[in-house]
Design a protein around this ligand. Structure first.
Ligand code: MOS
Length: 737
């Protein structure tokens, strides 16, 4: 279809342009959802349940209602009844199916038990503290730790993520192949609950005009929010307009609609004034999902040459009492390496938490951790170099898609160039051989892979008589620089300088665009934009009775007035496509471990990636850096503690929920290889948003093993675990699979 030098005119690795929304953001001019202050704005604050399981026996809201500035207090006794909307799931579905304030059931700690609406935030917060609730706790206490109930693990009906991969897979006879394999490993890996903690916290403003409501929301999906608000309120979708000019980070937590969004509209209708609900950091830990913890059993069978003969990857996670959410944790093991016998599966255990949700590389982050650590353990078992082991299991075909060729695969080159830039060849094979004063030093590597997800997307491109152009699609700018990259796609397709393009997005009045998630936006929406630009040029050519002339259309347009083209890009589904699209990468890192304190420092990083066409080298590079920084956090820091007796998330703040900060991050050498993908879509772009975290935590854990000779299989690798050995899962019994 296309490649370098075709009519599209974009290079394989585009120029490193600064983001167009940068100045507005750094000067404070950018208006985020909760910056909207329609006249008469009132503020909503939720009161939270103190128990994690049971019932509300009685609510006394009299003091709250009498407090100064209070306009309304909604509880399950008086809140309007919402329509039933069904299971949570992928984009366009609610983040959780259970809506609070509808009945007396309490399913998780922090569940909303009252919504106070008041003149000011302070008045609403104060009154929310005055709501008195009497509970009837479940005598059995809450279920908090899913590992305590593995006997009740169930197979979820589906994996509710983009592409909905099958829950289970089997190729060959994995059990027999494992039993016959000369080398066998049986390992347990664990990852904890994590939270997204986006810099811009969750918040919504809703304002009614007659029977129509406008919702400003911090979201990854304006059309999804529109659909959910309309369903819960039993409105026509056209009665709901959703706007999102900017979203300050999301990472999956804003990919679906959570209860506060609908309740902003409910409250605004109740008090007859616009209402703003802003969850804040603490409430964001219970109000907008989290990453499910995982227990992963990896069984690996191989020949003495390191070639895989059997791979069994079984993942268990937790979900809420009311939704069967599962990450796609084991899916990575289906396709990354050549292997004749593979079984993968997912199970969930219901506990008293809010429904977990997608979080950056939802499943791939946890699953690639287990798979890539297991590969390292296999290499160590065989005395093989970990990179050599990957090369021996390299595959040119996607065995999970019946042996289809990849749309492109630059992984071999990622290994080669990454290893060279990192200096992998100088790494001693044996662990625990390098030291620098009190620091043990080691190097680890891992493969990164992320599927090339795409969804239908529409766009409109209008050529204007003054030589400028306007593009419109409802996609969201979630902080990635995606809106800049998409404008660059239009500029390339139109042969127009970037500063002559206006881009309208983040509004349900614009052509439909999918959720900005799954690393799919540039590929999906960019393809729609290219098609729309070409449609506009074709229309102009027809009007002018001549051939399209993308370099000199301004004069032609002047004769006709604005000329529009609209297009929808429909990616082929998995069965119909002829090629398997995936982005690939190779992660290399060096760690230093102080054995007296248990401290692990990441000292060096090289990541080489092949992700198809890179539209904007600068913003795409930032995505790699962000993903790798998350990998460092995942490996060493991030963990939400769920109290086993109370069922509460205990560290609902950034003082105790630790994310990687500058002092934790070395200079990261991350780069893209030219990766011509002529099969994936009309612009040849795959995905860059999530691949950076894939394999990153494994590379660190593998480097820690290389530095110290010790395997810590439970994340995060904290000083406590380094010192005390807890989490060294060799001694754990396998799951009851
Ligand atoms: Mo992402 S977790 O697909 O927003």
């Amino acid at each position: 279809m296309i490649g370098p030098g075709d009519g599209f005119g974009a290079p394989l690795i585009g120029p490193p342009l600064p983001r167009r929304d940068g100045p507005a953001k750094v000067t404070g001019a950018a208006r985020y959802a909760t910056d909207e202050m329609p006249p008469g704005l009132a503020h909503g604050v939720f009161a939270e349940s103190a128990i994690a399981a049971g019932r509300i026996r009685a609510v006394d809201a009299a003091a709250a209602r009498a407090a100064p500035g209070v306009l309304a207090v909604l509880t399950h006794e008086n809140a309007p009844r919402l329509a039933q909307v069904g299971q949570q799931g992928q984009a366009g579905r609610p983040g959780q199916s259970h809506m609070p304030l509808q009945d007396a059931h309490i399913f998780h700690a922090g569940q909303y038990v009252a919504l106070v609406v008041a003149e000011t935030i302070e008045a609403a917060e104060h009154a929310a503290d005055l709501v008195r609730v009497e509970y009837e706790p479940d005598p059995a206490g809450p279920r908090a730790r899913f590992e305590a109930h593995l006997d009740e693990a169930e197979v979820p009906p589906r994996i509710p993520l983009i592409g909905t991969p099958p829950v289970e897979s089997c190729r060959g006879d994995p059990e027999a192949a494992l039993a016959a394999a000369p080398v066998r490993l049986d390992l347990i890996y664990r990852t904890p609950v994590e939270h997204h903690v986006p810099m811009e916290q969750h918040g919504t403003v809703a304002a009614w005009d007659g029977d129509r409501v406008t919702v400003w929301d911090s979201t990854q999906h304006v059309y999804g929010v529109r659909s959910i608000v309309a369903k819960f309120l039993a409105l026509e979708e056209e009665q709901v307009r959703v706007l999102s000019a900017f979203t300050g980070g999301a990472f999956g937590s804003k990919g679906s609609s959570w209860p506060h969004i609908t309740f902003a509209a409910v409250a605004a209708r109740e008090v007859g004034r616009p209402v703003r609900i802003w969850l804040g950091r603490r409430q964001g830990f219970v109000g907008a999902g989290h990453r499910s913890p995982t227990l992963q059993r990896m069984r690996v069978g191989a020949g003495r040459d390191g070639r895989l003969q059997a791979l069994l990857h079984e993942a268990v996670g937790h979900s809420s009492p009311y939704d069967a959410f599962s990450d796609a944790t084991a899916v990575v093991s289906r396709m990354l390496y050549a292997c004749p016998a593979i079984r993968t599966g997912h199970r969930i255990v219901r506990v008293n938490v809010n429904t977990p949700t997608a979080m950056r590389a939802p499943g791939e982050a946890q699953g690639s951790y287990a798979l890539e650590c297991a590969m390292d353990e296999l290499a160590a078992e065989l005395g093989l170099d970990p990179l050599e082991l990957r090369l021996r299991n390299y595959t040119e075909r996607d065995e999970d898609e019946g042996g289809k060729p990849y749309s492109s695969k630059a992984l071999r080159e990622c290994y080669r160039q990454g290893a060279e830039r990192f200096g992998w060849a100088r790494r001693p094979l044996a662990p625990r051989t390098q030291r620098d004063g009190r620091w043990r030093v080691g190097q680890g590597m891992a493969t990164a892979v992320y599927p090339g997800k795409q969804s239908p997307a529409s766009a409109r491109v209008t050529l204007l008589p003054d030589g400028r152009a306007e593009m419109a699609t409802a996609t969201q700018e979630i902080g990635t620089g995606g809106s800049t990259a998409l404008a660059m796609v239009a500029a390339a397709a139109l042969g127009l300088p970037l500063d002559r393009l206006r881009f309208a997005y983040g509004d349900t009045r614009l052509p439909r665009a999918p959720v900005s998630a799954g690393s799919q936006s540039t590929a999906s929406v960019g393809s729609a934009i290219r098609l729309a630009a070409e449609a506009a040029l074709r229309r102009l050519a027809a009007l002018s009775g001549g051939a399209p002339n993308p370099t000199a259309w301004a004069e032609q347009v002047a004769n006709h007035g604005p000329v529009s083209g609209e297009a929808t890009y429909e990616p082929p589904d998995k069965d119909a496509r002829t090629h398997a699209p995936h982005a690939f990468g190779a992660q290399f890192c060096e760690v230093r471990v102080a054995e007296d304190s248990g401290e692990v420092r990441v000292a060096r990083w090289t990541g080489a990636f092949g992700c198809g066409r890179i539209v904007n080298a600068r913003t795409a590079h930032s995505q790699l850096l962000g993903g790798i920084v998350w990998g460092i956090g995942m490996a060493l820091l991030e963990e939400t503690h769920l109290d086993a007796r109370l069922g509460r998330f205990m560290n609902r703040n950034l003082a105790e929920y630790l994310v990687a900060v500058n002092a934790d991050v070395p200079v990261i050498d991350a780069f893209f290889l030219p990766d011509a993908d002529e099969a994936v879509n009309p612009i040849g772009a795959k995905n860059v948003g999530e691949i950076g975290i894939c394999g990153a935590a494994a590379a660190i854990a593998n480097a820690v093993f290389h530095a110290t000779g010790r395997r810590i299989r439970d994340l995060p690798i904290t000083p406590e675990r380094m010192l005390l050995g807890t989490g060294d899962a060799a001694a754990h019994a396998p799951s009851s699979a």
